[in-house]
Design a protein around this ligand. Structure first.
Ligand code: AMP
Ligand code: GLY
Length: 423
C-alpha cells in the first residue's frame, strides 16, 4: 500500500517510524517531512493548503491512504476533498474537525449531549463578554474560539487581567481565532489525555498520556506545545477511563453521527480529573505532539492496519490496540529562546550513540544542512524510551539526552515528576 503522510514534526516522525514497520506498506511519502522522517519516507513538497496539488500527487503516485498529522488541514477540509476524490483518509472531515476548530462548537455539543465540561458562555463582542463576567468567579478562563496554534487560552486571576484578555482577543491578539470567544469556569484537578480511534461509529480506546505544557521545571513559566510526555497516565485508571468513554467520548461520537457528520480518525480528549469526575477541557482531532511519540513507542499492533480500518469504517471487526505493559517517556530538547523566538542553525550530533541504548529519537525541528543536522525549530528533538516502570523509561531517556551534543539546546529534567512522586 502506498501512503502519504502530511506534517513535519515529532508526531509525524513517530507515525512514519511506526508505519514503516507495517508489512502492508509498499511506499511511504511525506510532505514536507523532516530529516528523521526521511529515514522512512520519500520527502515531497506539496504546498500547505494546496488541496488540488495533494489530490494530483495522490493520483500520480497511486496513494491508497492519506494520513493527515496536524489539525490545520483537517479544519480546512482537506479530508473532505480527498474523500470526494475516492481516497481513504486518516483524519476527520471539516465539520467533525470543528471539535478542535471551534471551542464554542464543542461546548455547544457538550451542552446538547450532556457531557461534563466547565460552565461556559460564547461571545462575539467585548461589551457583551465584559458585562457577563459577574456570572463567573476568579480565576476565569478566556478562550479564543478558533485555532491559535496551542495559544489562545488565558487563565485570568484578576478582574484587570480578565478585561485585558477579552479586549486583547477582540483587538486581534490571536488574529481571526479571537473574533469569537468562550468564557469558562475555572476547573480544579489534574489534567490527563485520552486517545481513541473512531470510524464514525465504533470507538476503539487507544490509551492515556500526560504532558508538561510549561517551559520551566516544576511546571512554571510560559506555555509551550509540550516539553515532554509519558504514557500510560495511571491517574486515568480503569474506572475513570470507563467514565471518559461513556460520559464524554461515546456521546460525542453519537451526536456527530446523528447530525450526519460522523467523526473518523483519532480523537484526543484533554481532560480535567475533578472531584466530581472527569470533565472535558478540549478536543483535538489528531494525535498529540509529543503524546503521539510515547503512544507509538508502546503500540504493539500494526498502525497501518489500524488506520486503514478506521478510514474504512471497520473498527468493529478488530480488537482494541495493544499498548503492551511497559511505560514510555519522551523528553523534548528545545532550542534556546523557545517558546519565544528559537535560535536556529545550531549543529546537533550524537543521535546514533544515544539510540544505541534503547532510546528512540524523533526529530521535531531539525534540518539537514549539507550533511550536518541542525536545529531549525522551537522543539527540536524528542528523546523517547520504554521501560518496565516509568522510572526506568525516564532513566533511559535522560541517558539518551546525555549522549546528544546540542549546544543551544535545553530540556526539562523533571518530566513525569507528578507520577514519579506518587511512587
Ligand atoms: P486548551 O487549549 O483548551 O486545552 O487549554 C489549554 C490549557 O488551559 C489546558 O491544558 C488547561 O491547562 C487550561 N485550561 C483550559 N480550560 C480550563 C478550565 N476550564 N479550567 C482550568 N484550566 C483550563
Ligand atoms: N501536546 C498537546 C497537543 O498536541 O496539543
Amino acid at each position: 500500500m502506498n501512503v502519504l503522510l502530511l506534517g513535519s514534526g515529532g508526531r509525524e516522525h513517530a507515525l512514519a517510524w511506526k508505519l514503516a514497520q507495517s508489512p502492508d506498506l509498499t511506499k511511504l511519502y511525506a510532505s514536507p517531512g523532516n530529516p528523521g522522517i526521511a529515514e522512512h519516507a520519500e520527502l515531497v513538497e506539496i504546498k500547505d493548503g494546496d488541496h488540488r496539488g495533494t489530490i494530483d500527487f495522490c493520483l500520480k503516485k497511486s496513494i491508497e491512504l492519506v494520513v493527515i498529522g496536524p489539525e490545520a488541514p483537517l479544519v480546512d477540509g482537506l479530508a473532505d476533498n480527498l474523500r470526494t476524490m475516492g481516497f481513504a483518509v486518516f483524519g476527520p472531515d471539516k465539520e467533525a474537525a470543528r471539535l478542535e476548530g471551534s471551542k464554542g462548537f464543542t461546548k455547544d455539543l457538550c451542552a446538547e449531549a450532556n457531557i461534563p465540561t466547565a460552565r461556559y458562555a460564547r461571545f462575539s463582542s467585548a461589551e457583551a463578554a465584559l458585562s457577563a463576567l459577574k456570572e463567573f468567579g476568579l480565576p476565569v478562563v478566556i478562550k479564543a474560539d478558533g485555532l491559535a496554534a496551542g495559544k489562545g487560552v488565558i487563565i485570568a486571576e484578576t478582574a484587570e487581567d480578565t478585561e485585558a484578555a477579552i479586549e486583547g482577543m477582540f483587538d486581534g491578539d490571536f488574529g481571526k481565532a479571537g473574533a469569537e470567544i468562550v468564557i469558562e469556569e475555572f476547573l480544579e484537578g489534574e489534567e490527563a489525555s485520552f486517545f481513541a480511534f473512531i470510524d464514525g461509529e465504533t470507538v476503539l480506546p487507544l490509551g492515556s498520556a500526560q504532558d508538561h505544557k510549561r517551559v520551566g521545571e516544576g511546571d512554571t513559566g510560559l506555555n509551550t506545545g509540550g516539553m515532554g510526555a509519558y504514557s500510560p497516565a495511571p491517574v486515568l485508571d480503569e474506572t475513570l477511563t470507563g467514565r471518559v468513554m461513556d460520559e464524554i467520548v461515546k456521546p460525542t461520537v453519537e451526536t456527530l453521527a446523528k447530525r450526519g457528520t460522523p467523526y473518523s480518525g483519532v480523537l484526543f480528549a484533554g481532560l480535567m480529573l475533578t472531584e466530581t469526575g472527569p470533565q472535558l477541557i478540549e478536543y483535538n482531532v489528531r494525535f498529540g505532539d509529543p503524546e503521539c511519540q510515547v503512544l507509538m513507542m508502546r503500540l504493539e499492533d500494526d498502525l497501518l492496519a489500524l488506520m486503514v480500518a478506521t478510514a474504512e469504517g471497520r473498527l468493529s471487526e478488530i480488537a482494541p490496540p495493544d499498548l503492551g505493559k511497559q511505560s514510555a517517556m519522551t523528553v523534548v530538547m528545545a532550542a534556546k529562546g523557545y517558546p519565544g523566538t528559537p535560535e536556529k542553525g545550531c549543529p546537533i550530533s550524537g543521535i546514533e550513540a544515544a539510540e544505541a541504548d534503547g532510546v528512540k529519537i524523533f526529530h521535531a525541528g531539525t534540518s539537514d544542512e549539507d550533511g550536518q543536522l541542525v536545529a531549525s525549530g522551537g522543539r527540536v528533538l524528542n528523546v523517547t524510551a520504554l521501560g518496565d516502570t516509568l522510572r526506568d523509561a525516564k532513566d533511559t531517556a535522560y541517558a539518551g539526552i546525555d549522549a546528544i551534543d546540542f549546544a543551544d539546546g535545553f530540556y526539562r529534567s523533571d518530566i513525569g515528576w507528578r507520577e514519579l512522586e506518587r511512587g
